[in-house]
Design a protein around this ligand. Structure first.
Ligand code: UDP
Length: 473
């Protein structure tokens, strides 16, 4: 029957909406375009972030998404790791703790999945794939350039003496753009740290998969993708094929009911509103929030700002309830700017906002999903990287793609004049106009990649053929 004639693919998503979203988008495509049977294992934990919980996993009814079975693997790591430990360390423990439940779930399935696709933090689950004789793939939910860097990290670990932060020159990756020392990912800042150890282990893990899926597309990262394919050092290190299958982003209309923010946006002029958000978990200091508020006010541009409590406030917060956004803003800010902008506590339907014609720019922490969503909405960016690989994303968006500017973080603080200058530059300056033209070209190329005969569409078909071949063997 059809259940047994098509591959059953299991996907493992690590905690965080930034991982779950692309995994779900991939799943939907595997079902809709290739008729596969797909199960998503979504790992969650109690101490993930200050972000609201991801959409409740379900096994349900009518739409394409509902043909994807979603299982939540909930692990409690409260006694195992310090809640203030860096994200990479927490996520490492979380994913390890989820393995026994994953094993048990897979062993009870009929038909049992023949393919396991994990995301960037799921490399240790390859043991389970081996136990059940499944093929194993990793889905990179960031750029091919960041992935090239990761693939090269074990070599760097062998070759570089001393701390990476003491290097005098940018780090060269064969065939790809170099990485500035200041832009290195957080775990590399201290080679003796637990998070460096976890990161190195993860990077080595990437080398053992049967294939690598990347949320990017040919036209966006042609030289980097070429470096993986041509006979060079990268190809020697990573032998597995690489499939650029992006941009897989949340689509407009996926969040259900219409937000009031869109009614407000309807009343604003075309491309006049700056959207400000630091992703699902990013926060800045109380002083920086004040400075950002002044910067927005000084710019006199319209805005929607998703505000989260300052990072000094540890623990969970509910800005929708007793904690009022005004507590974190300069006195009188809300009344002085009430015609100009909106401050939204905690969370906003980002894909709907970016897709609205009144929005003209995005001040972002530069998470890969946000960067892709901005490009696919044709919006120039102000990049304000905070953690993880965001500095590399900022470098790529600003220097290589030239569709954004990057704030200068002098002594950890971005000054109000600087913020106002960048906001005006992107929203009404000539530079902003030029970036807008370029980003719209990228938007078209991203859209083209996904439609029939597009590069990512073809790449997905090739991947699907590989999955089917594995079933026959
Ligand atoms: N997001 C959202 N509303 C918010 C903040 C984030 O819908 O208020 C979504 C955003 O559209 C993106 C994801 O959450 O799809 C965040 O992923 P990203 O890679 O940009 O950053 P991360 O949160 O993983 O650092």
């Amino acid at each position: 029957d059809s259940l047994h004639s098509k591959p059953h693919v299991a996907l493992l998503s690590s905690p965080g909406i930034g991982h779950l979203t692309p995994v779900l988008e991939l799943s939907k495509r595997l079902v809709a375009n290739h008729g596969f049977h797909v199960t998503v294992f979504s790992v969650t934990t109690t101490t993930t972030t200050t972000a609201p919980p991801p959409p409740k996993p379900k096994t349900a009814t009518t739409t394409t998404l509902d043909l994807v079975d979603i299982f939540e693997l909930h692990v409690d790591i409260s006694g195992l790791v310090n809640p203030n430990a860096p994200f990479v360390a927490r996520v490492g423990v979380t994913m390890r703790e989820s393995l026994p439940i994953l094993r048990q779930a897979i062993s009870g399935m009929d038909p049992r999945p023949t393919i396991l696709v994990v995301d960037i933090f799921g490399t240790e689950a390859m043991k389970i794939a081996d136990e059940f004789d499944m093929s194993k793939y990793v889905f990179i939910t960031t750029s091919a350039w960041v992935f090239a860097f990761c693939v090269f990290v074990p070599t760097l670990d062998d070759e570089v003496e001393g701390e990476y932060v003491d290097l005098q020159e940018p780090v060269k990756i064969p065939g790809c753009n170099p990485v500035r020392v200041e832009d290195l990912v957080d775990p590399m800042l201290d080679r003796r740290s637990q998070q460096y150890f976890e990161f190195l282990r993860t990077c080595k893990g990437y080398l053992s998969f049967d294939g690598v899926l990347v949320n990017t597309w040919e036209d966006l990262e042609r030289p980097t993708l070429k470096a993986f394919r041509e006979n060079g050092i990268l190809k020697q290190i990573l032998k597995a094929p690489i499939y650029p299958i992006g941009p897989l982003i949340k689509r407009v209309g996926s969040s259900g009911s219409r937000s009031e923010l869109l009614d407000w946006l309807d009343l604003q002029p075309c491309q006049s509103v700056l959207y400000v958000s630091f992703g699902s978990a990013g926060t800045v200091s109380a002083k920086q929030i004040t400075e950002l508020a002044w910067g927005l006010e000084l710019s006199q541009q319209r805005f929607i700002w998703v505000l989260r409590p300052p990072m000094e406030k540890n623990g969970p917060h509910d800005l929708n309830g007793c904690d009022d956004v005004a507590n974190y803003l300069p006195d009188g800010f809300l009344s002085r700017t009430h015609k100009l902008g909106l401050v939204v506590p905690m969370w906003a339907p980002q894909e709907e906002i970016l897709g609205h014609r009144s929005v003209g720019g995005f001040l972002s922490h530069g998470g890969w999903n946000s960067s892709l969503e901005s490009i696919l909405s044709g919006l120039p960016m102000i990049m304000w990287p905070l953690y993880a690989e965001q500095k590399m994303n900022a470098a790529m968006v600003v220097e290589e793609l030239e569709v954004g500017v990057r704030v200068v973080q002098l002594s950890e603080m971005v000054e109000r004049e600087e913020i106002a200058k960048f906001v005006r530059m992107v929203m009404e300056g000539r530079e902003g106009e030029a970036m807008r033209t370029r980003v719209k070209e990228l938007q078209c190329s991203g859209e083209r990649a996904l439609i029939e005969n597009g590069s990512s569409y073809e790449s997905m078909c090739e991947l699907a053929r590989d999955f089917e071949m594995k079933l026959k063997h």
